[in-house]
Design a protein around this ligand. Sequence first.
Ligand code: SF4
Length: 328
Amino acid sequence: MNTEHFLEVRGLKKYFDAGRPRLFSREARFVHAVDDVSFSLRHSEVIALVGESGCGKSTLSLLLMGLEEPTEGSIFFEGRDITHLKESERKELRRKIQMVFQDPYESLNPTQTIEEIINEPLLVHGIAKDKRERDERVMKAMEDAGLKPAEVYLSRFPHELSGGQRQRVVIAAALVLEPEILLADEPVSMLDVSIRAEIINLLAELRITRQIAVIFITHDLGSVGFFADRVAVMYLGRIVEIGTMLEVLEKPKHPYTKALISVIPVPNPRLRHERIILQGETPNPIDVPKGCRFHPRCPVAIAICKDSDPPSVTLSKTHSAACLLLVK
Ligand code: SF4
């Protein structure tokens, strides 16, 4: 175990039972939601998990939170195997790994004031010895989440706030527990474009001021910008390419990553390049294609790709024989 990596995911799989294709059929079918995923996270590192909807990134986040039981594989946190903890053992862990959901309105109780919402995790976890300490923590979390001055927001209800302010409340409710990891699942996709940059800047600030690591889950590679240290690109339940943000954005190796990058809007017309439009839909995760799972849509696939299943691309590893020949 590399001690530099305080979260390590090894060979993680999550298959959901999809029932039988026909009545009396003996064939069992499974949705391969997460299919052999490995990666690690360093202290106060930001890693972006990027992929189309249905690629397994949200299931992966539920596995990391212990809200789904893995089919195979392991998750280590601070050197401890946390893959199959009992519910009673998870409480401390939940304090350290907090989640920020996509829809701030859905994740906030509309009948509670902002103060009650942010105070609640402290009560649930039995943190802070008295009301005064709880109040101090609530105010600090709100200010760190950009709800300044905090007093203005304390007695308001979620419906009285804008979408961006609501997402800041969700972030404050996570911060109040002083977590070590923020797992942000599409945290800006429900927000107006003008607000998205503010929330991403806030997360970028928090990783510096509070030394928090962030797992940023998104379908939009363009939103990762210069915020993430590393990018892991997921396709059909698997990480197909992982590297530093600059390596992946400037020198992508996997054809799928190249296609994702090619459709990121570029304001300067002179810097625009040809868009790679992938043909067809993402295959059904019940019937994952044999060989390279990307081959039915890959613009540079050759015959061997139907048989050869390449490992994910990292800078230290080469891709499959086909990609080695074809990817420049
Ligand atoms: Fe494309 Fe073949 Fe590489 Fe798969 S192995 S990404 S099909 S070139």
